[in-house]
Design a protein around this ligand. Sequence first.
Ligand code: BG6
Length: 506
Amino acid sequence: MKKANTDNQILVIFGSNGDLARRKLLPAIFQLFLDNLLPEQFAVIGAGSQVKDETTYREDVKQSLYEFAKKGVDENPDKIAEFLQMIYYKKVNNKTEEDFGALKAYIDHLSVTIGITQNIVYYFSIPPFLYEVVAAHLVKLGLNTEENGWKRIIVEKPFGYSYDSAIDLDKKLHAGFNEDQIYRIDHYLGKETVQNIMVTRFSNGFFEPIWNRKYIDRIEITASEKIGVGSRGGYYDTSGAMRDMIQNHLLQVLAVVAMEPPSVFDSDSIRNETVKVLQGLRPIKSNEIADYVVRGQYISGQVGNEVQNGYRQETGVAPNSKTETFVALKVFIDNWRWGDVPFYIRTGKQMPERVTEVVIHLKPAPHQLFKQLCLTEPNNMIILRIHPDAGVAVDFGMKIPGAGFKVQNVNMAFHYSDLADKKISEAYERLLLDAMIGDSTLFARADAVKASWKFVDPILEAWKNNPEIPLYFYESGTWGPNESNALFGYKFVKWRQPFEKFKTED
Ligand code: BG6
């Protein structure tokens, strides 16, 4: 990351004692501080519902850094002490108007005592049902006005629960904030390796000419997780994998993989292209669900050395829950580039490995001169590995040394870890800094959020209204229900085993 030209500002974190703030936001801000990327005058106000004084909160922040900051903690006690001087605390009950009045007075006081202009980023690290409540309080007390400095809000996912609720939330936020003040965060877009998909495609002359229906047979996007829902059962049971991972993260990745090249690289041009992909998703009708979507739920099973709970035994989950912890779907994008190229997307919890990757399967050579060792699979693949062992690999056929002309697949790979002198920033570091600078390129725009809800809504409705649509159970520690392979329609084509080719050092 480059040193940013960032205005002096205040970052107010609503939900400052919560999990996200402790695990991700505060360590990310600390890292920006270590990298010398924060503005000269900067303050964080933790706005949480607990009554606390500044000293206690600073101590809590210190603990969070020791627990969750990846590096820089043990070696930098002085830096931590310096960092903590920028941290303040104000008790704010998100539902109480007087508390927002007190927050306003506190901001006024702080901006005078430490001499910071009231450029303010408000981070909504709170349960989604509070987004509109907090926004309304800010507006009512004039904390959104820009007379004495710009104002921005960062809104976490999920943005809405359905198409209608997303539109409703959007209207409520727009009552006090313009679109260019609203930053809808999707941490997948903050991942270096997701951004690299654009660079791989658009900075090289040789990928883009084959990046279309003429040369590509199909594209797979996998995001598998080794963990279950853990302590988030209560949230997850009302969400499920479709709302938690597909509607936002994976459709955004799909959009980046499938977008047209923009003519210039700026926020609007890029987001104009990604939204076209989402608007071009072919709707899946309720009578097509069985052919296009497979849902699953994990049951007890062995992951590594441990036997894991089934989903229905997790805390906060209804004992007869039909919430999906696995989804696989086949998607088409109706445009000239992608006409009839299937995109297969899957995500699931409690699977054998944590892997996120995009696999571009190319069509076979038009005439097969040589004997392939594997006759059923075309051997050309481009693998964009997002996690772990981030990198890019190309698979192609090579002659097996010796008599005859037998062909075997080999793999040419670039691993980010080889760039020893470069550190890969955490997604939240990048996104927080972008919001502080005012660059919304990597944030989801309202039209994109609406388009992705428009696509997933009919599937969620069909599941709700037709209980006969199967929910397949899969054992923890497996790659999900076998039925997900049926989406390919050919007996010999299956989901790629992620570690088969792109060997990891995880
Ligand atoms: C979050 C989801 O947005 O993304 C989680 O709510 C999921 O359920 C997580 O575990 C996955 O993110 P990552 O960066 O670990 O792939």
